[in-house]
Design a protein around this ligand. Structure first.
Ligand SMILES: [Mg+2]
Length: 346
């Protein structure tokens, strides 16, 4: 019998899916294996097929966050954002949430109020509504959210649509959240965290990129594949390539990293690029698209970091014209390599 660390997070998901048995539902478009599940809900006013996308993510004290340095309103906002991010990764818009809350004995009511202020702030930002949930006693604080989003079926983007010749791009910048967490986790460096507000805020209260989904719609383009960067760029690129049956060449120098992330990484003595590869919780979008579609997007919305190639070329990194093996997978909740960083998978 393999252990959890033998299986790894994705091996475990495969095993659990096998235990559930085959799925037979005519309305189901996509089940386990993408950022969110997709099922048909009928047709819209113009006869277009409409779908819901459904996802769930839990934030657990001692695994995903440490109450000694995470403000409760930020935690509430983040719990919503990580779910909305998975909805956005499907090129859908969030509509409804349920919130399951586990509260330890003695937890301050003021802190619960703050937690829900954060949930409300995020709901207002992303235009979604909490419609129910559950409250229970728990040995640690647990915030588990399920999100339902909506889209036209033809607009939904999966992980498996990347085409040879497409460009590989990301929104925003990477590695900031991992660097922010390192600052916050070190009691000595925490005092200096105010010198690096950007990575700290990116860790405590990340933003889901609903604005990018709206920009794609406005420009009339649909990425060929997309997912959110929750486990580090390396892991997510491998997901796209494995799911799409393609390879990729990533330009080492083009990975976008914020100047404060670089400065904080120098203070910490870590490689900022490594934080982008293997860190996590950036909640940016990684997408593939054609050059023509790229030209229709607002300048600066995405950064091209590479291109999609034939599967037999594998996944490689290009640096000064030299190609080398691409770094391996990102954070794995149940195993190596970045468990010591404590960045969980969402
Ligand atoms: Mg995701």
């Amino acid at each position: 019998m393999p252990s959890l660390s033998d299986l790894g997070e994705f091996g475990l998901i495969d095993r659990l899916a096998a235990a559930l048995g085959p799925v037979a539902s005519p309305g189901l478009v996509r089940g386990i294996g993408d950022d969110a599940a997709v099922y048909r809900i009928g047709t819209g006013p113009d006869g277009e097929a409409r779908v819901h996308v459904v996802t769930t993510d839990a934030l657990i004290e001692g695994v995903h966050f440490d109450r000694t340095f995470v403000p409760m309103d930020d935690l509430g906002e983040k719990a919503v954002a990580v779910n909305v991010s998975d909805v956005c990764a499907m090129n859908a818009r969030p509509r409804y949430l349920t919130v399951a809350l586990g509260v330890p004995d003695g937890f301050a009511v003021d802190d619960l109020d703050a937690l829900y202020r954060g949930v409300r702030r995020a709901c207002e930002r992303y235009g979604c509504t909490v419609v129910g949930g559950d409250v229970t006693r728990s040995p640690a604080l647990v915030l588990s959210i399920a999100a339902i989003g909506e889209a036209e079926e033809a607009n939904v983007v999966y992980r498996n649509g990347a085409q040879v010749g497409d460009l590989l791009a990301v929104t925003g910048d990477l590695g900031a959240s991992a660097v922010g967490l390192r600052l916050l986790r070190d009691p000595a460096l925490r005092l200096e965290a105010s010198a690096f507000p950007y990575p700290v805020r990116r860790h405590l209260a990340p933003t889901a990129r609903l604005d990018a989904v709206e920009a794609f719609a406005h420009a009339g383009i649909r990425p060929s594949a997309m997912l959110d960067v929750s486990d580090g760029l390396a892991s997510e690129i491998h997901h796209v390539c494995r799911n799409s049956g393609v390879g990729a060449v990533v330009q080492r120098s083009s990975v976008p990293i914020h100047p404060q992330t670089v400065a904080a990484a120098a203070r910490l003595g870590v490689d900022p690029l490594g934080e982008a590869w293997w860190g996590g919780e950036d909640y940016e979008l990684l997408l593939t698209l054609s050059a023509i579609d790229l030209s229709g997007l607002p300048p600066g919305l995405v950064t091209v970091v590479g291109r999609i190639v034939e599967a037999d070329e594998g996944v490689t990194m290009e640096d000064d014209g030299q190609r080398s093996a691409f770094p391996g997978s990102g954070f794995d909740h149940f195993g190596e390599p970045h468990e010591e960083l404590g960045i969980p998978s969402c």
